[in-house]
Design a binder for this molecule. Sequence first.
Ligand code: 6PG
Length: 242
Amino acid sequence: MKEKIEIYDSGEKLAESVAKIIQQKTIEKQKRNEQLFIALSGGNTPKILFELLANQYKKTINWNSIRFYWVDERCVPPNDDESNFGVVKSLLFNNIEIYGSRIERMQGENEPHEEAFRYMEILSSQLPSKNSVPSFDLILLGMGDDGHTASIFPNQPHLLNSDKLCEVSEHPISGQKRITLTTKTINNAAEIIFLVTGEKKAQIIKEILKQEDNYLEYPSAHIQPTWGELTWMLDKEAAQFL
Ligand code: 6PG
């Protein structure tokens, strides 16, 4: 599987490209009277996209043709500043017309293991499956400065090898509990897009994309779709060593 690499002048240009992809996918799905199953990541990078969607695609995307899920969530209440759902609610959902039923957040306020189990049940019952595993149409991922993605951090091999759809993880520095999709679920998507910006990530991007050194120490290097497509969307700073 050869991933695609796209390099953009800025985070804004990168976000515009992703927004167009989402719009185009919803149009294709609507033609077949189907819904688009998307999983969102947290962090700062996708905020540009959420704002762009709310401002420039408010009326040009049929939002109720999309089903929103999360790649990961911090184990905090939805109104906590740390909540990945909370960020999307404030930047996007509060500014568009969308039914609550189209939004299936990970409930960070629940007991973590119970929530991981509940979310697995949701994915199994709501998503179409491929090779007997729930399959997202599109997953948007970020990459941390340590090469983590979702809430799969370095030195957490049980999350890379898990046979479960979701797991409970722990941030290595803060100890914050997280709910995360596993690579099993992520890699079964039809399309995976990494959104990575900033020079701080340039060295790891180089090591992963050139498969240099111990690149497999980075969880992001384990995102290898089993049947779908992977695109790394980078800004110039993050791509400077390629
Ligand atoms: C989270 C995210 C996480 C994020 C990376 C990149 O819950 O924090 O899901 O995996 O994508 O940490 O974050 P930035 O976009 O802020 O660099």
